[in-house]
Design a protein around this ligand. Structure first.
Ligand SMILES: Cc1cc2nc3c(=O)[nH]c(=O)nc-3n(C[C@H](O)[C@H](O)[C@H](O)COP(=O)(O)O)c2cc1C
Length: 369
């Protein structure tokens, strides 16, 4: 019997093999302890997906520095005090059969002082009416954050993870520097693309050399979506090419709606475009509204090596098995009841957070918030 495409193993490096091509997308879940250490709830949520057959399980956006923290209950990789929890997590994910990855994150403008307890900084001074506000980064801030990304990667290596992913998408720090909206600097960190890409490239190279045994992924938003603003498709392709030169081994395309073509070039699908630009030397993983086996296989046919699931994985902890008829569970789609989500190893905290995602949690229970 031939192996279904999504269940074929994927070699990321000699000796680092994902058992299949269905990965858990990074999912902020607010379940960590206030100091950033791993909680039993977060461990249970992630372990359930490793046990459920996901080939690679990635953590939520995890802050590399206290001044990059954007949510309460966010996992930390910013201090050695995080190491015991990180070690436990990597070992438990391996026990389930998955590769283990950490998403390295700094919120920049979208870090929240009220949560982190320290002031926020961004490429350029910025204030949204009634919203985010930050001072402009100094040279010291940038030298420090590059080292903080590297130190966080070193911790992940020490803890036994297989991979790290730089969060370069969704309008957080690295994406803010790429942006012509958030980055209005006139020094070597702003202006032409070479300058706007300087930070993400420097971080990529620093992480590569600090943690050479880890597979290095970078997540990008190819075009504007939500808080990702000031991005251009052709620039994103160029950045991806540069990052490949700098040591990126996996490009994670955050598409939100993976069935759609690009906005700038409606004749082109982003997966195909990036595949053609990068050749076969870089693996590509794609996320965005993948709910069925057919939708996942369609991404592989377009040139992706793997798919990453967010909401479908929250609703279906055994998705890789379910869609291949190898689970006693059936495919669930939103809205899900609180009881169903608890059965899928979400704590009350995470269920509450999921109410921010319209239509995900069954509305008849709104009164119990
Ligand atoms: C609850 C929730 C939390 C998320 N947290 C993160 C995150 O920490 N880092 C990140 O890069 N993307 C995050 N995302 C985006 C997802 O990784 C994914 O790209 C997006 O949800 C689209 O995939 P989906 O349609 O399968 O959910 C989050 C999405 C959801 C629904």
């Amino acid at each position: 019997m031939t192996t279904p495409p999504l269940l074929a193993p994927l070699t990321l490096r000699p000796g680092v093999v994902a058992p299949n091509r269905v990965w858990l997308a990074p999912l902020t879940n607010q379940q960590s302890h206030a100091d950033g250490t791993l909680s039993d709830d977060e461990l249970a949520f992630l372990a359930r997906r490793a046990d459920g057959g996901f080939g690679l399980v990635e953590t939520c956006a995890a802050h590399v520095a206290q001044d990059g923290k954007a949510w309460p209950g966010e996992l930390g990789v910013h201090e050695d005090a995080m190491l015991p929890g990180l070690r436990l997590l990597a070992a438990r994910l391996h026990e389930g059969g998955a590769l283990a990855s950490v998403q390295l994150f700094h919120g920049g403008l979208r870090a929240v002082s009220a949560v982190s307890g320290v002031p926020t900084w961004a490429p350029s001074a910025y204030a949204e009416p009634g919203g985010a506000a930050a001072r402009a980064a100094t040279e010291d801030d940038l030298a420090r954050v590059i080292e903080q990304f590297a130190a966080a990667a070193r911790r992940c290596e020490e803890a036994g993870f297989d991979a790290v992913e730089l969060h370069g998408a969704h309008g957080y720090l690295l994406s803010q520097f790429l942006s012509t909206v958030y980055n209005r600097r006139e020094d070597r960190w702003g202006g032409p693309l070479e300058n706007r890409a300087r930070l993400i490239r420097a971080v990529t190279r620093a992480v590569r050399s600090a943690a050479p045994s880890l597979v290095l992924a970078v997540r990008l938003s190819p075009e504007d979506f939500g808080n990702a603003k000031g991005l251009d498709l052709d620039e994103s392709v160029e950045v991806a090419r540069w990052l490949a030169e700098d040591g990126m081994e996996v490009l994670h395309l955050s598409l939100w709606r993976s069935s759609e073509r690009t906005r700038k070039r409606p004749e082109l699908h982003p997966t195909t475009l990036f595949r053609e630009a990068l050749g076969s030397r870089v693996k590509i993983v794609v996320a965005g509204q993948i709910w069925t086996r057919e939708e996942g296989e369609a991404q592989l046919a377009l040139g992706a090596d793997a798919i990453a699931l967010g909401r479908a994985a929250i609703a279906n902890p055994e998705w890789p098995r379910i869609v291949h008829g190898r689970s006693a569970l059936e495919l669930r789609r939103p809205p899900l009841t609180e009881a169903e989500l608890r059965a899928a190893a979400l704590s009350d905290t995470f269920v509450r957070y999921m109410r921010n995602w319209k239509g995900f949690v069954a509305s008849e229970e709104l009164g119990t918030r």
